[in-house]
Design a protein around this ligand. Structure first.
Ligand code: LMR
Length: 400
């Protein structure tokens, strides 16, 4: 019956992370998956999360099915965090938001919704983008195309080429944008560049789908959502996927949200209904535990303050690691241009290393990067950064 099933080639990020776990070497370093570790290399359990969870466990409430759209208080807290408390779109009741299984779940439900109501639309993603963007949308039946983004030569943005390409995208096609901390390159647009992109999106009648998986890891919670606030201000209908995996360090709880900004409250009601229908068709209704924690933290002032402070400390630690890897590399590779380590933002840096160099790093030094050359800077710490720099210098000089 299943003889025709071909082997799964694996996922470029998650499978590598599983291989890392199997590697018996004691001094191995995991710079693959987008997970934020502390300076001891441990996965943090945030203080606000611990406190909120203890209170929920003490409550020992029953576990009924949640509504298909998720917990009402959580959905409202998501809206305020993503769009800003004073967002006119929220005041007008024209944002439809559901609780989702992380950011990936939001992308998938959004893709199913779009495929049904925009059957002719194609998706446009940055070149490169997070590998799973293509996978999720192709599985939902989309043709996926790309627009220029990363400049290999400079480690920066090909902004003019990006704008030119977006000008050619047909009306009502979907354009995927990374709100902040671009995955995999760490290269973000500045505010003036976002305004230009939004002007093109608006004049061409394109539909932006903004993925915000790293809110709080760029500059700050609200600054990181600049493009979303600006889209709302410009009256551009859009979709937003957001995730609490990273900024709550709640990866396995699968907490996220999908929001659709509509023209008015009546339209938002219909859209919410169809998102709900897409959830029912996929997994019926979302799980309880993580969303209750996130909802409690976001809506309890003392917990919220503690969470924001700890998130700021995580952001600062990543920035410090960027400087540390830059300085360590400078010592060992001398004159190479390393400015990208400092200029790029968020968890990831595109190192410019080739797949073969990454393979050598893994096999000979136990240092794991994604084969695209993406390094998760948040996996560096004061104990491993010098070793990683030395290993990278080794593979760079072997090539030269
Ligand atoms: C990553 O890019 O490493 C993370 O977003 C984890 C994932 O699911 O790929």
């Amino acid at each position: 019956m299943f003889a025709h099933i071909d082997a799964y080639p694996g996922d470029p990020i998650l499978s590598l992370n599983e291989n890392f776990a199997q590697d018996p070497r004691q001094d191995k370093v995991n710079l693959t998956i987008g997970v934020c570790f502390d300076d001891e290399g441990r996965l943090p359990l945030m203080a606000a999360v611990r406190e909120a969870e203890a209170a929920l466990v003490a409550d020992q409430g029953p576990r009924p099915y949640l509504p298909m759209a998720g917990i009402a208080g959580y959905r409202q807290a998501v809206q305020q965090l993503v769009f800003g408390e004073n967002s006119p779109a929220l005041a007008e009741g024209r944002v439809a938001t559901i609780q989702t299984l992380g950011g990936s779940g939001a992308l998938r439900v959004g893709a199913d919704f779009l495929k049904r109501y925009f059957p002719e639309a194609q998706l446009w993603i940055s070149d490169p983008s997070w590998d799973n963007h293509r996978v999720v949308f192709e599985r939902a039946g989309f043709q996926v195309n790309s627009y220029p983004y990363y400049d290999d030569a400079t480690g920066g943005l090909r902004f003019d080429a990006m704008i030119d390409a977006l000008r050619q995208v047909p009306k009502r096609h979907v354009v995927l944008l990374h709100a902040c901390c671009h995955n995999p390159t760490g290269v973000d647009l500045n505010e003036a560049q976002w305004r230009e992109v939004i002007a093109v999106v608006k004049s061409r009648g394109l539909l932006p789908f903004v993925d915000m998986a790293y809110q709080g890891f760029g500059t700050g919670l609200q600054d990181d959502a600049f493009v979303i606030h600006e889209l709302v201000r410009e009256g551009v209908p859009c979709l937003v996927a957001n995730s609490f995996s990273k900024n709550f360090s709640l990866y396995g709880e699968r907490c996220g949200g999908l929001s659709v900004v509509c023209a008015n409250a009546e339209e938002a009601g219909r859209v919410l209904g169809q998102l709900t229908g897409a959830v029912r068709a996929n997994y019926s209704n979302p799980p309880t535990h993580g969303a209750r924690i996130v909802g409690k933290v976001l809506t309890t002032p003392a917990l919220r303050q503690s969470w924001e402070a700890e998130l700021a400390a995580m952001r600062e630690r990543i920035a410090a690691m960027r400087t540390a890897i830059h300085d360590n590399l400078q010592r060992v590779v001398g004159d190479a241009d390393l400015s990208r380590y400092l200029a790029q933002r968020g968890m990831f840096t595109y190192t410019g290393l080739s797949a073969e160099q990454v393979d050598t790093l893994r096999t000979e030094h136990g240092v794991y990067l994604v084969r695209s050359g993406r390094m998760c800077v948040a996996g560096l710490n004061h104990g491993n950064v010098a070793v990683v720099a030395k290993a990278i210098a080794g593979v760079m000089s072997a090539k030269g």
